[in-house]
Ligand binder design. Structure first.
Ligand code: SF4
Length: 383
């Protein structure tokens, strides 16, 4: 079965998306960083304008859900006052991902800063278009979903690489923005975007169009690193349970940290833990890390099951998920993961379809009418 078309568009603060429980407002913190005051303001925004929950996305964005139309403009004003939204439409829709542990004034920081400060001189980018800026010796973002990668080349300057390609355009800090414009111009003009308005994503585009610039040297392979939840000598890497934080989590984090970096894989990097009962995932063995769960009902209008409720129950049934990757999806769109999983539990008019070794949109092996029968099926299938 093919993946169903995604609903809605890529939201931002100035272009919120209608969802099952109101508007969905997506915040894109610069460098993934929020200071303690911004965390507190965001916590208040969740309680005053949203449903008290914050989605942390795998592309380091933060989403307030359940915003009522009548409170929306006050929310925007509050976010603008605290620097949590870009001051222009181009900045608001700009997607930039940086690696974890970014250091102020590092090469990656400086390149990302150039993108932020030059955005007004770039053409209007498709709303899903994303930059991945990852210029240090060790890279974290090579597998991340992005369109244009700005990478280092082991001490020999910078490389601009379109996703899906092994070759790239050599550049430098001085020529970076001019070369970014060259590639974006080629990408947009070839597709006559002004006319059709919906360009292909870069991966598809470069599979059909030859990259017109030659690279003079062979690219050096970066050292790929992974980010893992855990306790480290100088910091902690935490994860939001099923990718959602409560307003109280933000307040607790703000009480003991000057800043927090939201990073890839829905994780957060902090210097201090807010006491024992912080409610966040801080152990790499936590079963919830193996589960991909979309917001489900009542947060999304396409959902017919309470995905989070099922996920919490399942996380305690260790025998069902040992060694298995699980995807719980409110419908067949499979927003929480585009990848194949050992088990997908998918909402279907209030019932639970179970797909084994496949995608949320694949044909199910069985339909269960209740959560209890889901557990019974998993028990039998695992024995
Ligand atoms: S997969 Fe989940 S979040 Fe996506 S449309 Fe379906 S119910 Fe909504």
């Amino acid at each position: 079965m093919n993946r169903p078309a995604a609903k809605g568009w890529c939201p931002s603060v100035l272009r919120p998306m209608k969802s099952g429980d109101g508007l969905l407002v997506r915040i894109k913190p610069n460098y993934g960083l929020l200071n303690a005051n911004q965390l507190l303001v965001l916590a208040d925004c969740l309680d005053d304008f949203g449903n008290g929950l914050l989605d942390v996305t795998s592309r380091t964005n933060l989403q307030i859900r359940g915003v009522k139309e009548q409170g929306y403009s006050d929310l925007v004003l509050k976010l603008q006052t605290e620097g949590l939204v870009g001051v222009s439409e181009k900045l608001d829709r700009l997607n930039v991902i940086v690696p974890p542990f970014i250091q102020k004034n590092s090469l990656t920081w400086r390149c990302a800063s150039q993108i932020y400060s030059s955005v007004e001189s770039l053409p209007f980018l498709p709303e899903k278009f994303g930059f991945c800026v990852d210029c240090e010796e060790s890279c974290y973002l090579s597998d991340n979903s992005g369109d244009l990668f700005i990478e280092g080349n082991s001490g020999s300057g910078l490389v601009l690489r379109c996703t899906g390609l092994k070759e790239g355009l050599f550049t430098s800090e001085k020529t970076l923005i001019d070369d970014v414009k060259k590639i974006i111009g080629w990408y947009l003009e070839k597709q006559n975007v002004e006319e059709n308005g919906r360009p292909m994503r870069m991966r598809e585009f470069v599979s059909q169009n030859k990259f017109p610039w030659k690279t003079s040297k062979k690219l050096k392979k970066p050292l790929l690193r992974e980010v893992m939840v855990g306790r480290y000598p100088s910091h902690f890497i935490l994860a939001a349970p099923f990718g959602q934080l409560k307003s109280e989590h933000l307040r607790k984090l703000a009480a003991v940290n000057k800043k927090v970096q939201f990073t890839i894989n829905r994780m957060l990097i902090v210097e201090s833990l807010p006491g024992k009962d912080h409610g966040l995932i801080d152990e790499p063995q936590d079963n919830r890390l193996k589960m991909h769960v979309c917001p489900g009902a009542p947060h999304c209008s396409s959902a017919t099951i309470k995905t989070r409720h099922l996920a919490e129950s399942l996380a305690h049934q260790k025998e069902f998920i040992i060694g298995r990757k699980v995807h719980i999806s409110g419908c067949t769109k499979g927003c929480a993961s585009p990848n194949s999983k050992d088990i997908c539990i998918v909402g279907n008019e209030g019932s639970f379809d179970i797909v084994e070794k496949g995608y949320a949109w694949d044909k199910p092996v069985v339909r269960c009418s209740s959560q209890t029968s889901v557990f019974e099926h998993l028990r039998e299938a695992g024995s």
